[in-house]
Design a protein around this ligand. Structure first.
Ligand code: SF4
Length: 61
């Protein structure tokens, strides 16, 4: 599984980190989300679906 975050689109709202902290963390300096290594597709997908700017892509390959 691969998680890609479009940094241009991310507004640093932190929603993904609240929904799925095992897959996302907020880079405070950049105010952008970063992906963490995880195999929890369900959790990552849920966060991706809740991102207000559609900045998260989850590839299950
Ligand atoms: S939910 Fe989307 S906009 Fe908000 S921090 Fe995560 S990736 Fe960025």
């Amino acid at each position: 599984m691969e998680i890609i975050i479009n940094e241009d689109a991310c507004i640093g709202c932190g929603r993904c980190t609240e929904i799925c902290p095992k897959a996302f963390k907020l880079n405070i300096e950049k105010m952008k989300a970063e992906a963490l290594p995880t195999d929890d597709l369900k959790c990552a997908d849920k966060a991706a679906n809740q991102c207000p700017t559609d900045a998260i892509t989850v590839n299950n390959n």
